[in-house]
Design a protein around this ligand. Structure first.
Ligand code: NAD
Length: 499
């Protein structure tokens, strides 16, 4: 049985709190390891080491920091298979999904190679006689990243890459449900040349998160996870004077217009709704067909496609569509919500509540489900199910469909399927959601754009990765300098003019 501890000062460091959590194998339902849960004292010690190491890292020129990122890209490619195997074993997602998880993280590290360009300041020559003015972007100091279980490689890499490239030290607190890959990433960063103490992985639960939020040295907190925890972390971190960006849950609507290519739309819903067992913050969980004919046609096209989905462990080959959900509690919660959908009057078109996989009866597998005739007052519509369940919410008109997506409390991602440019453009302009797809069901922006939801899907001003990340992880200092020689010619006059 594996034991996961902490990574402090570039060494695997055993936890001393005596507290552990189980790491499950979601496919078998067995405990496959233990993860140490750090105490506040362990966290504070890791922060002190990071704070001592950080000034030298910040003083390292950005090109050299960029070279560490370049080496890291190479190492991530080298170890792609190893990382994907470890990720699938702990999380349950298929190997192609696990490789995608690493790949999307790698792309942000690749973007961070450009740190020298991103960190260039501004300069005004002769703002007054002999006066020059310049701004520089300086590192914050020690920052913290708190990650969810569902992308154990991508999200930590999104969080820590830009923070490190800007010259900060980082305390990473991975999900206790999937801690192995983040530990591997920290070891790879050390191999890539990151100095000791600059990236510390401290595993744990609420106790260590609270210690992060209350630690006075930590300057900024990045969080990704569910909305109630995002709200909690945002308010406590900012009340303690920290910069915070906290990304939460989602309920992503996909509108299907009558003129859409119905086969393309059905394929998109199947991939985006059931891929990774629906455990993606960008999963499509609500399909909104416009008009009765569109809705009937869509359901007719979805059913055979969903029935063909192969649910199995990642070890069962490349044709597995999705694996188990992460824990027994997650499975119970999904099945409970499905029951409420039936009780509250939705039509359960595809019902797999008795799904069992031979040989894996104790695994956390949930078969795909499809609801039709869902209404906005139902729990399955209001709540993020985070499982392989798609709800069809019928609308009579485009305006009604748009209104549903606008009125939902979450605003992470959304999509419209149509052949009409006017409608697509109108949707992109009016929708109050952070990431929009036009005939693209999972519109995840690439590394050089930014990723972030609106409404209750995101708290804080700046998004993840792209230029926003370089703003979030630096602060601007502006220097006004005057040299006496500049006053020789007409200095007096210019100063008056400036007043
Ligand atoms: P979670 O909120 O349960 O946990 C996230 C992190 O918070 C973990 O590190 C966990 O240890 C910590 N945590 C949990 N409870 C806590 C508490 N009471 N106090 C302090 N810390 C606590 O989320 P999860 O189940 O790991 O991840 C799934 C959620 O993340 C979904 O809601 C999904 O939509 C969301 N998510 C959002 C994005 C995004 O970019 N918006 C991306 C991925 C996942």
């Amino acid at each position: 049985m594996s034991e996961v501890h902490h990574f402090i000062d570039s060494k695997i460091t055993n936890g001393t709190s005596g507290r552990f959590a189980d790491i499950m194998n979601p496919a078998t339902g067995e405990v496959q390891g233990k993860v140490a849960l750090a105490s506040a004292a362990e966290l504070n010690c890791a922060v002190s080491i990071a704070a001592a190491a950080q000034p030298k890292w910040a003083a390292t020129n950005p090109q050299r920091r960029g070279r560490v990122m370049m080496a890291m890209v190479h190492l991530l490619n080298r170890d792609m298979d190893k990382l994907a195997q470890a990720l699938s074993k702990e999380h349950g997602k298929t190997l192609p999904d696990a490789k995608g998880d690493v790949q999307r993280g790698l792309e942000v590290i690749e973007y961070c190679i450009g740190a020298p360009e991103m960190l260039k300041g501004d300069y005004t020559d002769s703002a007054g006689p002999g006066i020059d003015m310049y701004s520089m972007k300086q590192a914050l100091g020690v920052t913290a990243a708190i990650a969810p279980f569902n992308f154990p490689a991508m999200i930590p890499l999104w969080q820590i890459g830009p923070a490190l490239a800007c010259g900060n030290a980082v305390i990473l607190k991975p999900s206790e449900r999937a801690p192995t890959v983040p530990m591997m990433l920290a070891q790879l960063f050390a191999e890539a040349g990151l100095p000791d103490g600059i990236l510390q992985v401290v595993n744990g639960d609420k106790e260590v998160v609270d210690a992060i939020l209350d630690n006075e040295t930590i300057q900024a907190v990045g969080f990704v996870g569910s909305t109630p925890i995002a709200q909690y972390i945002y308010s406590r971190a900012t009340a303690n004077g920290k910069r915070a960006q906290c990304f939460g849950g989602a309920k992503n609507h996909m509108i299907i217009m009558p003129d859409a290519d119905m086969d393309q739309a059905a394929d998109a819903i199947v991939g985006a709704g059931y891929g990774a067992a629906g455990e993606r913050c960008m999963a499509i969980s609500v399909a909104v067909p416009v008009g009765k004919e569109t809705a009937d046609k869509l359901i007719e096209k979805l059913v055979p496609r969903i029935e063909k989905l192969r649910v199995a462990p990642y070890t069962d080959g490349d044709d597995v569509d999705f694996g188990p959900v992460v824990t027994a509690a997650a499975k119970e919660n999904i099945l409970r919500l499905i029951d409420t959908g039936v009780e509250q009057g939705a039509t359960l078109v595809i019902d797999n509540r008795d799904f069992k996989l031979q040989g894996y009866e104790n695994g956390f597998f949930v078969g795909p489900h499809l609801f039709d005739n869902v209404t906005t007052d139902m729990d399955i519509y209001k709540t993020e199910i985070f499982g392989p369940v798609v709800c069809a919410l019928r609308a009579d008109t485009y305006e009604e469909a748009l209104g549903y997506a606008m009125d939902h409390e979450y605003g992470n991602g959304t999509a419209i399927f149509t052949r009409d440019g006017d409608t697509a453009r109108d949707f992109a302009h009016r929708i109050n959601v952070g990431m929009v797809g036009i005939n693209v069901p999972v519109p995840v922006p690439l590394a050089y754009h930014t990723f972030g939801g609106w409404k209750k899907s995101g708290f804080g001003d700046l998004n993840q990765h792209g230029p926003d990340a370089f703003k979030f992880f630096t602060r601007t200092k502006t220097v006004t300098s005057r040299w006496p020689s500049g006053l020789k010619e007409g200095g007096e006059f210019h100063f008056k003019a400036m007043d």
